[in-house]
Design a protein around this ligand. Structure first.
Ligand code: FRU
Length: 531
């Protein structure tokens, strides 16, 4: 890369600035140090302090999106698990609530789900409103330490006050363990056609399906997966839901299965299967060795979808834990550890080889937009670097969102993309080359805490889907993460970054050829924790 040069003739007059107003109200906002620690995500959910892993019990009820999560309130590494709790009215701003579930004599509270029992099938309703029922794994540490294989069982608890207080069901466990060492993470939904609750549960290297009339008594239905998909590690946190194909009438069932280790770039990742479900069995035409990854980055794990989102909304909403078991417990944050991804909607779209599941940031993120800079049809000459900051004398600082449409037909570069730099000499690069995309954090900041953190993906770049000679990049940068959505979310990469100081310069670059851009927009986003 050599000079700093943009074909000025094209650029002048094309840069427009704007202001977008979004709603802000954060009750904690009077304290200006609140959520301002080094690396603290500004537009992602993170606990005020202590350790967090998987999202749990996501359910929508009466205007609130509930987010429970694996939480250890006495330290910043994994420990005896509780369910922490937060709610949001818009999936963007979160209000912290008290811990919902505590370990008891049946064990720690591991991952699971929550549903609204609209017809009171469980009989747990008190008063006029339907109960919120949580279904989760209990992990008996002493059983594990004694070398037994039956230390994970499934339990339920219910709340009659919108998840604020909980009662533990006295008949727990509702599914005992018959000797399967990894037997956990129940996700439950009501299946109208067979008029029963369905539970999907991870069981070692496969999933098991159970059915129930009342959330209390469960019958084994079927299993899936022992010879399908990726098996480099244990299966965890499954989900099963229906998605209507975009621009078509067809509906398919999608199964998410997280796997650790064995992800495409090492450590934790989430695979999915597309098929059918008849109330008893999940089947797929997918070839056994066909592995589909929901996210090709390193840091989107154990994600599942919200239950009970109103049909008038119609979205299948997802959130993942933005970390990786390879290094989650040693990342350089002090007061808290881990954040969630930006909530995303999932879409069934037609790809080159059949359906695929695309992920897109929720539209509510736009509520955080404060200021933007955009231009249309610009070109970048051979071997040039263009600083977006110098063009309008503005310092671009995370959190921000950059949306670019590259003209793939007219671009002749062998490599092009986006570079973020800071005064500390760190550099984060998103590069597109020969139809593949890379997220390169090898020199993007702190990395010595774990050697697996900053390795380049060992499988090389991820193939970029062909979309009418355009490549659309939508990247959300926060203080310590980049979430890359390519071509409307058909390829996604989520990666943590720990720069020594804020990235404050953004560059476009091209190597060995000319880069043509159809549209460019960078939007500054405001913190969800400050006014
Ligand atoms: C996934 C996981 C789950 C388990 C939980 C324990 O990250 O290992 O399988 O329920 O974390 O915290």
């Amino acid at each position: 890369m050599k000079t700093l040069l943009l074909r000025a003739s094209l650029l002048i007059g094309l840069i427009t600035m704007g202001c977008e107003s979004g709603e802000t109200d954060n009750s904690e906002a009077n304290n200006e140090d609140y959520y301002m620690e080094t690396h603290r995500p500004q537009i992602h959910f993170s606990p005020e302090e202590h350790w967090m892993n998987d999202p749990n019990g996501m359910v929508y009820y009466d205007g609130e999106y509930h987010l429970f999560y694996q939480f250890y309130p006495d330290g910043t590494t994994w420990g005896p698990m509780h369910w922490g709790h937060a709610v949001s009215k818009d999936l963007v701003k979160w209000e912290h609530l008290s811990i919902a579930l505590y370990p008891d004599e049946l064990g720690y509270i591991f991952s699971g789900s929550a549903v609204i029992d609209w017809n009171n099938t469980s009989g747990l309703q008190k008063g006029e409103h339907p109960p919120m029922v949580a279904i989760f794994t209990q992990h008996l540490d002493t059983g594990e330490k004694a070398g037994r294989n039956d230390f994970q069982t499934q339990s339920i608890a219910w709340s009659n006050d919108k998840g604020r207080t909980w009662e533990i069901y006295e008949g727990n466990p509702v599914i005992p363990n018959s000797g399967i060492k990894d037997f956990r993470d129940p996700k439950v939904f009501w299946h109208e056609a067979s008029a029963q609750w369905i539970m999907i549960l991870a069981a070692g290297d496969k999933v098991m399906l159970y059915g129930s009339p009342d959330l209390k008594t469960w019958e084994f239905l079927s299993e899936f997966g022992a010879d399908f998909g990726a098996h480099g590690g244990v299966w965890e946190c499954p989900d099963l839901f229906r998605l209507k194909a975009e621009n078509a009438e067809e509906e398919k069932w999608v199964m998410l299965v997280s796997i650790n280790p064995g992800g495409p770039n090492g450590g934790s990742a989430t695979q999915y299967f597309i098929g059918d479900f008849d109330g008893k069995t999940f089947t797929t035409d997918q070839a056994k060795e066909d592995i589909k990854w929901l996210d090709h980055g390193r840091d989107n794990y154990a994600g599942v979808t919200w239950s009970d989102v109103p049909e008038t909304d119609g979205r299948r909403l997802f959130i993942g834990w933005m970390s990786n078991w390879d290094y989650a417990q040693v990342v350089p944050t002090e007061k808290w550890r881990s954040a969630m991804t930006i909530p995303r909607s999932l879409h069934l779209v037609q790809g080159a080889d059949g359906y695929l599941v695309a992920s897109r940031p929720v539209s509510e993120l736009q509520n955080l937009a404060v200021d933007h800079m955009s231009f249309a049809s610009a070109g970048l000459d051979e071997d040039a670097v263009f600083s977006l900051n110098t063009s309008d004398q503005k310092v671009i600082k995370a959190p921000f969102r950059t949306e670019i449409i590259f003209d793939a037909e007219k671009t002749t570069s062998t490599e092009y993309g986006l570079i973020l730099r800071n005064p500390s000499g760190d550099q984060y690069r998103i590069s597109i080359s020969q139809g593949s995309i890379w997220s390169d954090r090898t020199n993007a900041g702190k990395k010595d805490f774990e050697e697996r953190f900053a390795k380049m993906p060992h499988q090389g770049g991820q193939v970029v889907p062909d979309a009418q000679n355009e490549i659309r990049l939508d990247v959300i940068f926060d203080k310590s993460s980049a979430e890359i959505f390519v071509n409307n979310g058909e390829v996604v990469m989520t990666d943590l970054l720990f720069p020594h100081s804020d990235f404050h310069e953004v560059y476009l670059y091209t190597l060995d050829g000319q880069l043509e851009i159809k549209r460019f927009k960078t939007t500054e986003l405001k913190s969800i924790w400050q006014d």
